[in-house]
Design a protein around this ligand. Sequence first.
Ligand SMILES: NC(=O)c1ccc[n+]([C@@H]2O[C@H](COP(=O)([O-])OP(=O)(O)OC[C@H]3O[C@@H](n4cnc5c(N)ncnc54)[C@H](O)[C@@H]3O)[C@@H](O)[C@H]2O)c1
Ligand SMILES: [Fe+2]
Length: 426
Amino acid sequence: MSETVFTYAAPGLKFGRGASHEIGWDVQQLCGGTATGAATGGTRRVLLVTDPGVAATGHPDRIAQQVRAHGLEVVVHTSARVEPTDASLEAAVALARDAGPFDAVVAVGGGSSIDTAKAVDLMLTNPGTLLDYVNAPVGGGRAPEHPLLPLVAVPTTSGTGAESTTICVLDVLALKVKTGISHARLRPTLAVVDPDLAMTQPAMVTASAGMDILCHALESWTARWYADFDAKQPQQRVPYCGANPIADMWAEKSMTLLAGAFRRAVRDGGDVEAREQMALAATFAGLGFGNAGVHVPHACAYPIAGRVRDYRPEGYPADEPIVPHGMAVVMTAPAAFALTHDASPERHRRAAELLGGTGGSLPEVLRGLMRDVGLPSGLAELGYGDADVDDLVAGAMQQQRLLATAPVDVTPDDLALVFRESLEHW
Ligand SMILES: NC(=O)c1ccc[n+]([C@@H]2O[C@H](COP(=O)([O-])OP(=O)(O)OC[C@H]3O[C@@H](n4cnc5c(N)ncnc54)[C@H](O)[C@@H]3O)[C@@H](O)[C@H]2O)c1
Ligand SMILES: [Fe+2]
């Protein structure tokens, strides 16, 4: 029998310039405090998680001070690694366990900091190891038994939507593959999106994170329709239920905002209006894909990022090679949307139109945008060649949770074609 039900969930949201000035009050409420006095029942302790690059902007310290002003104790851990690994998450968890107990967690940063906070929160509240909770087949696919501590997520990039999703993405070093933990309990309690915090993003971070927004919107908009899945029992429902009427609205609006703001935000990081629209676009895309799901470009991105050799993009920490998430995702997007085109030609055409394409196909519109925001010209520029295709395909085939949301059945041969066509875009 086919599915007849779709689901939608989202955290509380505070959006707008200056929203981050109210976090002290928000955290106090979540810790059981009152609006006028210190939290009741002893001093409540808050863990603030960030990364060194974001810490250098001064935002985390300012937010910590403000939370302290509401009578709470705050411990700041600059423990997030850019593009977290199992090792970096375990180190952040160990640090937090030593410094605990805590009553709430605040994440200030991009997806890397927010995902690190999710992993820390999970392991402060639930038994076992991190790998127990990682999606099968890479990990044990265990569901957290206990609720997590309240998590306030404060993004400083406009990209991942991690402030509203149930996902924590990590690189499992021994397997050279990125994967995730996904469960409703990981969804932050409150998302505070203040576009002012995103003003300092370097141009390549803006470009790469912006491509993440774009692919979240496009992949959820073209995902397998929720009613085309088999009917589920209540206990079988997963956060990603396929494209549906509610997720569609977020995706469409997100693409319209991107069409107006993406190029401007990369060209002039000080353009307040463009930054605000990018922050909205990221939030909208997150609210959409966090329920509908993503598919082929995200599945392909995980081995691209996980098997990196020596790529060090401008604007990111130079100590270790990385392929930033949004860059890894969009590299295969033109070929992936050529693969999925026949499943819903009208949606692919409409997406190209929403993105401001004047008659071009979706892959053409995507390549034009990639070139305009200064992204690499293809996987070859990231250090990959024909000889890597088999390994990349094997890594992408492990992302069955994502491939299940694709609008077509995806074979290893299909993925090999996608990777080959993505080696050089221009
Ligand atoms: N949980 C989810 O739903 C989800 C979704 C997509 C991606 N992700 C994950 O998120 C991570 C990527 O996150 P991201 O793209 O937000 O970037 P990021 O958190 O990795 O940060 C990128 C770089 O920008 C710096 N930075 C961030 N904000 C800044 C600011 N305002 N000013 C100056 N520098 C700033 C950081 O220090 C870092 O060097 C990846 O690990 C990816 O897999 C998670
Ligand atoms: Fe993403």
